[in-house]
Design a protein around this ligand. Structure first.
Ligand code: 2RA
Length: 329
């Protein structure tokens, strides 16, 4: 496969290269692409050196697949240009996620929707991916009525500037600030920008993308997204109200038997998921599974996953793998 990675010098782009290598993705030609200011830079991939090229040049090479993680504006402008030359675009930005003509895919849940006609495919938001991975099997069995989710999000989701700000705060170095206040020893209830309704875009992604991926607009979702000083992954406290009652052991068994989910849940041994141990892994980790006795048919659980891997790079590459395996490219 001739594959282009757009945004190759960014945090997700870098993780994409690691995952492509780890999964031995079938690549016959690799095209690293970044913004004008990075064109000409030399990067290393699978032991070889490559020169970063421009979007114009990459389109002219007509790649089979283009993995985008370069922001929404770049995706809006360039994804159609790649699609026009026959490239299948898998885009990690929010640009195409809610477009009614585009598919929003978590392979374990809805890859079967995909067809050869899909030339621009949207990768969901990281905090959505880890949550719907757990919700999908539960929704299928018990029918979800309402979700209340609070997220505790890694600063790596903000970007390299925020990671650097935290490092500087820890080492006492004065440097550029991603936030106008400290990240260290703080919790910032502000991920992405605020919308008119007082919720942030991050919170509304959890609402809108969840309904689209589970293909059920009747699911009520409310979210609070918080940035915390960790870098390994996003954590989520999720409260689910079902239409139907459940047996807690059946819930565990169902999640345990779901591909991509690992249960870490034993209060006798203080076993539960934590981002510091999820970092670098592709699984979605679930723990603190317990009935919510405050209302019928309700469950609490804790979900943790590496936001740069299953939350971004790995999910996108799994979509590409699915397309290849099903002759859709
Ligand atoms: C965040 N979900 O964590 C977004 C991804 N950049 O800020």
């Amino acid at each position: 496969m001739k594959i282009a990675v757009i945004g190759v010098t960014g945090m997700v782009g870098n993780v994409m290269l690691n995952v492509l290598k780890e999964r031995n993705f079938p690549i016959t030609e690799f095209i690293p692409v970044a913004s004008e200011r990075s064109v000409g830079k030399i990067i290393s991939f699978k032991g070889e050196s490559y020169t970063v090229t421009s979007l114009e040049d990459a389109v002219s090479k007509q790649p089979d697949i283009a993995l985008f993680s370069a922001g929404g504006n770049t995706s809006l402008e360039w994804a159609p240009k790649f699609a026009e030359v026959g490239t299948t675009v898998i885009d990690n930005s929010s640009a195409w996620r809610m477009d009614l003509t585009k598919k929003l895919i978590v392979p374990e849940i809805n890859a079967t929707q995909l067809s050869k006609a899909d030339k621009i495919i949207a990768n969901p938001n990281c905090s959505t991916i880890q949550m719907v991975m757990v919700l999908a099997p539960l929704h299928k069995k018990y029918t979800i009525k309402r979700i209340v989710v609070s997220t505790y999000q890694s600063i790596s989701g903000t970007g390299v500037k925020a990671v650097k700000q935290l490092e500087n705060e820890l080492t006492g170095v004065k440097g550029e600030m991603a936030y106008p206040y400290p990240i260290h020893r703080n919790a910032i209830p502000h991920c992405d920008v605020f919308e008119e309704n007082g919720y942030t875009k991050e919170e509304m992604k959890l609402v809108r993308e969840t309904q689209k991926i589970l293909d059920d607009r009747t699911i009520a979702v409310t979210a609070t997204a918080v940035r915390i000083p960790t870098s390994g992954g996003h954590s989520e406290a999720v409260n689910i109200e079902f239409e139907n009652d459940f047996d807690i052991n059946n819930v565990r068994q169902l999640l345990n038997n779901t591909s991509g989910i690992v249960i870490q849940d034993n209060i006798d041994t203080n076993t539960y998921p934590m981002p510091i141990y999820a970092e670098g892994k592709d699984d979605v980790f679930v723990g603190r599974i317990r009935r919510d006795g405050s209302q019928p048919n309700s469950l609490n659980l804790w979900i943790v996953s590496d936001n740069l891997r299953k939350g971004a790079a790995t999910n996108a590459i799994q979509i590409a793998e699915y397309l290849i395996a099903n002759d859709l490219i």
